[in-house]
Write a protein that binds this ligand. Sequence first.
Ligand code: ATP
Ligand code: LTN
Length: 333
Amino acid sequence: MKDKKIIFSGIQPSGNLTLGNYLGAIINWIPRQDEYNCIYSIVDLHALTVRQNPAELRQKTRSLLALYIACGLDPDKNVLFVQSHNGAHAELAWILNCYTYTGELSRMTQFKEKSQSHADNINAGLFTYPVLMAADILLYQTDLVPVGHDQKQHLEITRDIAQRFNNIYGEVFTVPEAYIPEVGARIMSLQQPENKMSKSDENPNNYISLLDSPNTIVKKFKRAVTDSERIIRYDEKDKPGISNLMSIYASVVGKSYKEIEEEFQGKGYGDFKQRVGEAVAETLKPIQEKHRELMADKGYLDNIMKDGAERAENLSYRTLRKVYKKIGLVPRG
Ligand code: ATP
Ligand code: LTN
């Protein structure tokens, strides 16, 4: 029996974490470590849907683990592990592929977008990406999945797959809920505020990396695209740039939009951008220091990975066996 509810989430090691990943996802992971059983994965198999440089992928996987810890996830309280270290994910994904329709996969926005941005490599993995994500979540009988807004559709298909399976075989999977924060769930690109901030963006001026120096952070904010109105007020439609900076500032300092409008009443965009940059740099400073320390201790990170993989395997084993049995695979004995 479960003693506490279960949280599962993951991030691809496809680049350095951005402020979007931090404010949309990780920041909501930290306060839940006591109340829930939390499992956080570095989803390296998902990252393979886009061509990766092998040496860099290895480096980014370690760096992401270090960032998880540096952001405040305690490896004793949370299961932190690398997706490919637990074979159950790929195993369950294959089975769930046979319970997912190509029609529903072809409606996924992320698939459509990535097919456009990687037109030379629209591989089958990119298409079935949400099925592997469903496997990640369902293996652990997850109750809650804290993610950014862009993952809402993937959570919906996960629920559909779980319900479809349960309807045929009985209550095998817990049907998970998404947790999407009200502020910070959709951080936009600094230069193109109509697009989401993304860690695999080719133009580094579009995103703030969690590892950017304070100088770079302030510079990137200073260059952020705004508008010509010169009033700091929240209006996503007509003022996407300023609204994006406001949501970043709101998440980082914990103020409401109204309080921010008051704080910067009569002030120019230059002052506002400077302040947002400084606030972000201050927030990231301790994370960067801790990350640096952790990256210097390879043995420590290796141990966490090994321990996390074992715990993840143990937790997922029962669901996988149950699925195998239900669908009629002969037990190995
Ligand atoms: P990639 O550029 O490789 O597609 P990504 O930056 O979109 O990566 P993911 O690894 O796909 O990041 O997502 C990790 C988590 O961060 C997910 O929960 C996702 O919803 C969240 N997230 C990603 N981008 C943003 C954003 N711009 N604003 C808020 N949350 C985000
Ligand atoms: N698809 C997600 C990353 C991801 C994930 C998961 C998130 C893979 N598996 C399980 C939550 C739960 C993304 O692209 N952001």
